[in-house]
Write a protein that binds this ligand. Structure first.
Ligand SMILES: Nc1ncnc2c1ncn2[C@@H]1O[C@H](COP(=O)(O)OP(=O)(O)O)[C@@H](O)[C@H]1O
Ligand SMILES: [Mg+2]
Length: 1088
């Protein structure tokens, strides 16, 4: 089985400082309490790297002189928001406690870090700051503030720290920093106060020590270019102010530090030109140290100092923009103003060196103060609202050197004051707690160092007051006169010793030289050499020098020496250094008293700055003067241990059946039951209002031991229960999982089955629905069609009905009606009008009334045609047979000649009489008539054309059905009779002449005499009748009628061509016929 605490830590049970303890974590628990056990405890813990130990709420810190892995981010997290006693002692626990009570209880805090030089105060203050920075709020703005606050440290350390024999990085100034927070606990900014920089170090360093770090850092770390600008040389040995024996410090890289400082300055917010000015001042101080003086005799017998080598002066003046002559004079003369009179005195070489060093010291210390102010400007909180404050005080520790001067006196005075605060507040706090908790309390004796403070700061006869008095006193004032004064005033004081006062008592004490006095501080006796006390207190800088500085053409220098302004000459003495310091310490104390104090008491384990060495005597000395034993005693006088009821009950409840595992009632009663049960003697504890107070650590250890035993049993029990629980849980989990798996499987199977059924059902359903739907659709379609048909029919029917009913009212119909009516009327009128204007019944009458309307055109013409036909019919119906024949002949004539022969039109109007010679009646022709058997169809006189000359001879021309006869007109004697059968054709011209040739068939009997060429005015009638006979007789061919202007005529044997030409009428209108030659007979026919 593993040890119980391992099990517990694994289970995250709250640990306590009582767990895994090396020695005791809280000195209050030490048993028995003695200086030896106390130191033994410290040593034991120190050897185990447990550098922190508590005395109640005070943290003792041993300087390990090596880096320990206890400041990591994990450690920060471990201590964050935990109770003070919950974990093993650590500076973080104190920081956390302070921060939380600041944030949650609104109590301003201060962290007071005390201890000797090199005990680890500055480191401790940085750990506190970094812890607070790590746990407080985050955010861009907050981080910037944090970063600036943290980065102010390297800057101030570079300018204010130096290597001393006690500490390689000793703070040579006091620093108090107020970190300001808002109501949420986020940092807003800070204010740094500095106290008395040890400026004497600028010009002189004790053996084995260095000047301030910045000088070395600048020379090793600055670039060549920068050094050139500053007119500096990298070689330390070139500068008088830099001690050489320990110019380099082990494990300190000055060059790297310089870069860190430059970077820090940038982060804090220094401008580039500000940094440059600061470095120029640092360079100027180095240059100043190199000025050397030589005496020069003057006529008045005094020596006057002169600067040996002016090169350094020149360079320095160039750097600072000071006129060389002004500075040179200020090192040779001094102007004293008294009663409105200015007196100039020469300076001897010693005075010149004094003036030089005074200037260097002032220059540097003022530069340092300016730096602090400049940083404050940057880190100043930007808000005016109320702030919570946490002050961190890191002041130089108590110092005892071989040679202690004014500075040590001041430093130790400050420590004396802090010790006072410690005593007062610790005891007061303790006392108050008892009163608060209602516990009986008897006062404890302790050494109160108020008496020492009084020796130093008393206004009437305190050492500082004496010093001031001496400084202001007219007449010669020296350190010796000051010591004399002390001897008279303070001789009787218990804590003051001097040769004089002592001598009277212990003449043999050689440890006390003549020019010294000794003060028995709370931390030990310190021997102070009075040399320099007066000067340092006066802190005198010749006015000529400050005026020379003010005249400088360098912005920073000018600010640093405001008293050099001639316009503001102040004849009053400046405040003494001691007075100023007393005042500022007074303010600091007042400030600290308003805050809740948290103590870190730093102890140095050895003088060698070495790890692992624990020098008992040294530690013992510190423990004594820090009053730690008293601290423990005070704490234990009442009750060594106290704890609120709840955590107490929580821690020990397993020791009693009633309280384990749960106590239902109030915690206090639980604790009472518990203690009674454990039979703890009643005088060993007291019940406070909220806490149980345990008088003896033994009792606590008894409880702890019991608890430890009990825990082992409990661990087994817990293990048992836990294993059971684990198995059961595992089983239950398996069971549960199985159920889940089964459920899922069943579900899956059922789901599948269900899906199958469902899809089948869907198919069936869809078929039925489809069938139903189609059926319904059919019905609906049919129904719809019926409805549509009915509707259509009824619509039509209705339409018809309505139209029928309303037709008469239709306008369109009215139009037609009107139209019809109008047409009717027009027709009526037209016909009536036609009746009146009807043309005559003569078929030749061409007139026809004009039509009244265009649309009647067709009908009008048709009517005309019908009328004409009808008129003709009417006309014809009147005809007798005779007349009918006549007309038929006329018609035949027209058919034959119309448009073919020019003679025709003139024949139309003449009736075809047939018998023009009245053959039957004329007795002349009786005989002739009797010769002709048939009825004469035509009888007329024609002219027979003589073939020889073309002249005509009249002949009677008779035509019967069978033949034609030519007879002499006078006698009636037949000249020729030609049967019509022998006639082959008749030729006529197209012109208006009456010539015609009767051509006989060749070979016929009549042909022997040749064809006949005749002429008659009634040619048309003759030819027409001739033609009609041919057409009527059946046995003969029709007689051809040639109409042509040129035809051949057979005269006996000859064929003669008869040619008709249009001729010009010569004598009358006659047609002239001429025989041209044998073959041509020319007939000229006048054109009509
Ligand atoms: N907690 C610590 N862990 C490691 N080294 C430390 C610690 N505290 C102090 N030191 C060492 O001791 C030296 C002196 O510490 P410092 O704080 O400067 O002393 P003080 O300010 O008290 O004079 C530091 O430079 C550092 O080397
Ligand atoms: Mg320090």
């Amino acid at each position: 089985m593993p040890p119980c605490h391992v099990v517990l830590s694994k289970m995250e049970v709250k640990t306590s400082l009582l767990d895994n303890m090396i020695g005791v974590g809280d000195m209050v628990l030490i048993e028995p309490l003695s200086e030896d056990t106390f130191i033994e405890n410290l040593r034991k813990r120190f050897e185990h790297n447990e550098i922190y130990t508590y005395i109640g709420s005070v943290v003792i810190s041993m300087n390990p002189y090596k880096s320990l892995p206890i400041y990591t981010a994990e450690k920060v997290e471990e201590y964050r928001n935990r109770n003070f006693y919950e974990l093993s002692p650590h500076i973080y626990a104190l920081a956390d406690e302070a921060y939380r009570s600041l944030r949650d209880q609104d109590k301003d805090q201060c962290i007071l870090i005390t201890g000797e030089s090199g005990a680890g105060k500055t480191e401790a203050s940085k750990f506190v700051m970094s812890y607070v920075a790590a746990v407080c709020g985050k955010g861009q703005e907050v981080n910037k503030v944090k970063e600036q606050l943290l980065q102010s440290n390297p800057v101030l350390e570079a300018f204010g720290n130096a290597k001393t024999v006690r500490n390689d990085n000793s703070s040579r100034f006091g620093k108090y920093m107020d970190i300001e927070f808002d109501f949420k606990g986020d940092p807003l900014g800070g204010v740094i106060s500095n106290y008395l920089l040890e400026k004497s170090r600028v010009v002189k360093q004790p053996r084995g020590e260095r000047n301030f770090h910045i000088f070395y850092q600048l020379l090793s770390g600055a670039s060549d270019d920068t050094l050139k600008k500053l007119k500096l040389d990298r070689d330390f040995s070139k500068y008088n102010y830099l001690s050489l024996d320990s110019a380099t410090v082990n494990g300190l890289d000055d060059a790297a530090c310089f870069r860190t400082v430059r970077n820090a300055m940038q982060i804090v917010g220094f401008m580039e030109d500000e940094v440059q000015s600061v470095l120029e001042l640092v360079a100027a101080v180095l240059k100043l140290g190199n000025l050397e003086f030589k005496p020069e005799s003057r006529c008045n017998g005094f020596d006057e100092s002169r600067i040996k080598d002016k090169n350094d002066l020149k360079e320095m003046c160039e750097l600072l923009g000071i006129e060389q002559s002004v500075l040179e004079r200020a090192f040779s003369f001094r102007t004293v103003e008294a009663k409105m009179e200015k007196v100039s005195t020469t300076l001897n070489v010693a005075q010149a060196y004094y003036a030089r060093d005074a200037l260097a010291k002032n220059l540097y210390s003022r530069l340092f103060s300016w730096l602090v102010n400049r940083i404050n400007e940057s880190i100043k909180a930007q808000t005016k609202s109320r702030k919570k404050v946490m002050g961190v005080l890191d002041i130089y520790g108590f110092e005892i050197f071989e040679d202690n001067s004014f500075e040590q006196f001041i430093i130790n005075y400050c420590n004396e004051k802090l010790q006072q605060i410690f005593i007062e507040l610790t005891l007061r706090e303790e006392q108050e707690e008892y009163i608060r908790e209602g516990i009986e309390w008897t006062n404890i004796e302790y050494f109160n160092n108020a008496i020492i403070c009084d020796l130093i700061e008393n206004n009437k006869n305190g050492i500082l007051a004496m010093l001031d008095e001496e400084c202001l006193r007219p007449g010669t004032v020296t350190d010796e006169t000051f010591l004399d004064k002390l001897n008279t005033v303070c001789a009787e004081h218990q804590h003051f010793e001097s040769r004089q006062s002592k001598n009277s008592k212990f003449l043999t004490d050689h440890s006390l030289p003549h020019n010294c006095f000794r003060i028995q501080h709370y931390a030990g006796k310190v021997l102070y050499r009075v040399e320099g006390f007066v000067d340092k207190n006066n802190d005198l800088l010749y006015r000529d020098l400050s005026q020379a500085m003010y005249k400088a053409n360098h912005s920073l220098i000018k600010i640093l020496f405001p008293e050099g302004n001639p316009a503001k000459v102040n004849l009053k003495r400046p405040l003494t250094a001691g007075f100023q310091f007393r005042a500022s310490v007074g303010t600091l104390m007042k400030n600290l008293l308003t805050k809740n104090p948290n103590y870190i008491r730093c102890i140095k384990p050895n003088d060698k700055k070495a790890a692992h060495i624990f020098t008992d005597s040294l530690v013992c000395h510190q423990v004594r003067y820090l009053g730690l034993m008293e601290n423990v005693r005070v704490r234990r006088a009442g009750y060594a241990f106290r704890q609120a009821y709840e955590p107490c009950l929580e821690r020990y409840k397993m020791l009693c059946k009633q309280t384990w595992p749960h106590w239902k009632g109030p915690a206090r009663e639980g604790v009472e039951v518990l203690l009674k049960n454990l039979q703890v003697p009643a005088e060993e504890f007291a019940y406070g209002r909220s806490k149980i107070f345990i008088r003896n650590p033994r009792t606590l250890f008894f409880l702890e031991e019991k608890r430890r035993q009990c825990l082992e049993d409990l661990a087994t029990l817990i293990q048992k229960i836990y294993r059971g629980w684990k198995c059961r849980t595992h089983f239950l989990l398996l069971k549960k999982s199985q159920v889940v798996v089964a459920a899922w499987y069943r579900r899956f199977a059922q789901q599948k089955k269900y899906q199958n059924i469902r899809s089948s059902a869907l198919v069936v359903q869809s078929y039925i629905r489809g069938w139903k739907a189609r059926k319904l659709l059919r019905e609906l379609k049919h129904k719809k069609r019926c409805e549509e048909a009915v509707t259509t029919i009824s619509a039509y029917w209705h339409g018809t009905q309505v139209r029928r009913e309303y037709r008469k009212f239709f306008r369109a119909n009215a139009g037609k009606k009107i139209y019809d009516f109008t047409i009717q009327r027009i027709m009526q009128k037209y016909f009536m009008g036609l009746k009146k204007t009807m043309p005559s019944m003569s078929p030749v009458d061409k007139s026809w009334p004009a039509r009244p309307y265009g649309f009647l055109d067709g009908m009008h013409q048709e009517l005309r045609r019908i009328f004409h036909l009808w008129r003709c019919k009417k006309y014809r119906s009147q005809f007798t047979e005779e007349k009918k024949a006549t007309y038929e002949e006329k018609l035949a004539a027209s058919e034959l000649f119309k448009d073919k022969k020019a003679l025709y039109p003139s024949s139309v109007g003449q009736p075809f009489k047939g018998d023009y010679v009245e053959i039957t009646k004329n007795p002349k022709y009786q005989k002739l008539n009797s010769l002709v058997e048939d009825k004469v169809l035509l009888a007329d006189v024609v002219s027979k054309i003589n073939r020889a000359n073309g002249k005509g001879a009249p002949r009677i021309f008779l035509l019967t059905k069978k033949s034609l006869v030519l007879a002499d007109q006078k006698t009636g004697q037949v000249k020729a009779s030609v049967p019509l059968l022998d006639l082959s054709s008749v030729s006529v011209s197209t012109q208006s002449d009456g010539f015609f040739a009767l051509k006989l068939k060749e070979g016929s009997t009549s042909a022997a005499k040749g064809d006949f060429l005749l002429s008659s005015d009634r040619l048309i009638e003759i030819i027409t009748k001739l033609h009609r006979i041919g057409a009527a007789s059946a046995e003969r061919n029709q007689i051809n009628i040639d109409i042509s202007d040129e035809f051949l005529v057979q005269f006996k044997q000859d064929k003669v061509c008869v040619k008709f030409i249009p001729g010009t009428p010569k004598n009358g209108n006659g047609v002239a016929c001429k025989r041209k030659n044998n073959r041509l007979l020319e007939v000229s026919v006048p054109s009509p």
